[in-house]
Design a protein around this ligand. Structure first.
Ligand code: HEM
Ligand SMILES: *[C@@H]1O[C@H](CO)[C@@H](O)[C@H](O)[C@H]1NC(C)=O
Ligand SMILES: *[C@@H]1O[C@H](CO)[C@@H](O)[C@H](O)[C@H]1NC(C)=O
Ligand SMILES: *[C@@H]1O[C@H](CO)[C@@H](O)[C@H](O)[C@H]1NC(C)=O
Length: 327
């Protein structure tokens, strides 16, 4: 009896020890990833990516948005496995060539970082980790929060145009957003915080023109749109489908201006403004508009979650030699 109790106690003490170690060691991750994954194999990996990103953003600040969006598109399709970087071949049309790729840019920055990493530590650092690190560095470069992310993602071997159907559409309302993100384990708060990524960058007319003409039988334009801002959007669209509209007044600065725009009914996409229209998400929008620190905190937590979506470990993936081609 007492021996058995002893074993039970020993087991629970061991379990407790492992849990304590896990919570104390910031490098511990159940999925094979860790904060110091490249500590021995490529100690300067983080720095090489950061320097490459900073240099590129110095000459074109608008690429910060591109790098952040690239990470989102990568993770939402097939997990964070660099499937977004694969070029199409004659036998395969890749994710990249989906119409949903609208304005995805910044691939050269990833190639550049990869090339330098291959010189320093060949075959070690995955393209998926480079994309995740680059997004993190882009956020910080724009004035956003800095956060550590675990590394060790492997690169995937699949990239198909048809998978991009799983991306949320700019015409989604809040229930559709909450459902699509919910399927991947995100909370309502995560949805609102992640949408704040639209504090960087622009949308093309084709992504918001649904709100501008013959909205429905009773409204010419989306009634959730401020009439003056509707004019701004129409003016942008007069230059054609690919004309760019910044999401907020500070397109290269990572701040909470996006949420303040929503309060003014000056959100660009249906999927932006809907966060303010719906009571369930409006309170969160109000909170972030008032308190940027709270937005930053929730954003970095949600980004960490996003950066771990369906990561491939071990033989389920590989470390690509060239980020654009499966080995
Ligand atoms: C909530 C659902 C989302 C929808 C429906 C959505 C949709 C879009 C659309 C349609 C554009 C403009 C594309 C164009 O017209 O060129 C865009 C841009 C952008 N998205 Fe999202 N997005 C969502 C969530 C996210 C998330 C989670 C992130 C990152 C964490 C993100 C980051 C960005 C960035 C940074 C841009 C600007 C890109 C640039 O200027 O190059 N988006 N998004
Ligand atoms: C995006 O997809 C279109 C086809 O829909 C393709 O022509 C274009 O090259 C792609 N853009 C990028 C940056 O890959
Ligand atoms: C969102 O759109 C779906 C599908 O179009 C619709 O069934 C639902 O009622 C809408 N929800 C809200 C809150 O408008
Ligand atoms: C038009 O859109 C507004 C706002 O979304 C909505 O309240 C109204 O019921 C719609 N009217 C029709 C006829 O669909």
């Amino acid at each position: 009896m007492s021996v058995r109790m002893g074993i039970v106690n020993l087991v629970s003490v061991l379990v407790l020890m492992i849990e304590v170690m896990a919570s104390y060691d910031p490098g511990f991750q159940a999925n094979g990833l860790s904060m110091n994954y490249y500590l021995m194999s490529c100690p300067f990996a983080d720095n090489i990516v950061k320097d490459t990103v900073n240099e590129a953003l110095q000459s074109d600040p608008s690429l910060a948005a591109a790098l952040l969006r690239m990470h989102f598109h990568d993770c939402f399709i097939e997990g964070c496995d660099a499937s977004i970087l694969i070029d199409s071949t004659k036998d395969n049309t890749a994710e990249k060539d989906s119409p949903a790729n609208l304005s995805l840019r910044g691939y050269e920055i990833i190639d550049d970082a990869k090339q330098q990493l291959e010189t320093q530590c060949p075959g070690v650092v995955s393209c998926a980790d480079i994309v995740a690190l680059a997004a993190r560095d882009a956020v910080f470069w724009g004035g956003g929060p800095y956060y550590d992310i675990p590394k060790g993602r492997k690169d995937g071997r699949r990239s198909k145009i048809e998978d991009t159907i799983n991306l949320p559409a700019p015409t989604f309302n809040s229930s559709e957003l909450i459902r699509t993100f919910g399927q991947r384990g995100f909370s309502v708060q995560d949805v609102v915080a992640l949408s704040g990524a639209h504090t960087l960058g622009v949308a093309r007319c084709s992504s918001f023109k649904n709100r501008l003409r013959n909205f429905n039988s009773t409204h010419d334009v989306d009634p959730e749109l401020d009439p003056n801002f509707a004019k701004t959007l129409s003016k942008t669209c007069s230059a054609g489908d690919t004309a760019e509209q910044p999401f907020d007044a500070t397109r290269n600065t990572f701040d909470n201006a996006y949420y303040n725009a929503l309060l003014q009914k000056a959100g660009v996409l249906t999927s932006d403004q809907t966060l303010y229209t719906t009571p369930k998400t409006r309170s969160i929008v109000n909170g972030y508009a008032m308190n940027q620190a709270m937005f930053f905190l929730d954003f970095q937590q949600a980004m960490l979650k996003m950066s771990l979506l369906d990561v491939k470990e071990g033989s389920k993936g590989e470390v690509r030699d060239n980020c654009r081609k499966i080995n």
